[in-house]
Design a protein around this ligand. Structure first.
Ligand SMILES: O=C[C@H](O)[C@H](O)[C@H](O)COP(=O)(O)O
Length: 225
């Protein structure tokens, strides 16, 4: 928790007065949102755009004024967590089920800052099962089509013994693979399957990655690729 807090709180240094800030989802960016709440009490003026219903609730609780994505054409800065990050600034996201809104918001952000603890930084993506958001309608067929791609084992995500339902009313297939050699290829292939709404690969989208270490140190990596 301490390394998540380190990374999460550090990210507020990228926020400037007047910015529109995309607010990610999860237990690392949680610390960013709490810190933003404190700064707002001290006079910081920003607007947030939440990437999930959970984040919306937390942001409201912290007194962060919010904007709706549909009112905007761009976002100054988005801060979000990740399940895995590789040295090419590719990410796996969606462990908390928020991948679609997160990707939509990151895609219109001028700067995308990722906060993570050191366990998330890996040489090759894929140990963490890749979340793929699919329509409820015909999800079994979508699952079969993903299986047919080979070396992928998609499993319907469950919560309390029932299918997990995203904020967008869809299901999630967690795809077990072990290694993802070419995230840029896999991402396109998955999104071409009818019934796939979005996948959790964020290919070279991060501009900055802030990594919190268990030794209390913070490492900041800037994307120059
Ligand atoms: O859907 C959830 C998001 O992609 C999260 O940002 C990701 O799962 C990382 O979450 P955490 O910081 O809790 O590990």
């Amino acid at each position: 928790m301490e390394s998540k807090k380190l990374a999460g709180e550090k990210a507020v240094e990228y926020i400037k007065d007047g910015m529109i800030v995309g607010l990610g989802t999860g237990s690392t960016v949680y610390w960013t949102i709490l810190k933003i709440g404190e700064l707002i009490k001290q006079g910081l003026k920003i607007h947030g755009v939440p990437t999930s219903k959970d984040t919306e609730q937390l942001a409201v609780k912290m007194g962060i004024p919010l904007l709706n994505l549909s009112e905007l054409s761009k976002i100054d800065l988005t801060i979000d967590g990740a399940d895995e990050v590789n040295p090419r600034f590719d990410l796996i996201k969606g462990g908390g089920g928020a991948l679609l809104r997160e990707k939509m918001i990151a895609s219109i952000s001028e700067r995308f800052v990722v906060v993570a603890d050191e366990t998330k930084y890996v040489t090759t993506l894929g140990k963490f099962p890749l979340p793929v958001e699919v329509t409820q309608f015909g999800w079994e067929i979508t699952k079969k089509q993903i299986e047919r791609m080979g070396q992928i084992n998609p499993q319907l995500r469950l919560k309390d013994n029932a299918p997990y339902i995203t904020d967008n009313g869809n299901f999630i297939l967690d795809c077990y693979m072990n290694t993802i050699e070419k995230p840029e290829v896999l991402s396109v292939q998955l999104n071409m399957i009818p019934g796939v709404v979005e996948n959790g690969l964020f290919v070279n989208m991060a501009d900055t990655v802030i990594i919190g270490g268990s030794n209390g140190e913070i490492e900041i990596k800037h994307n120059t690729i």
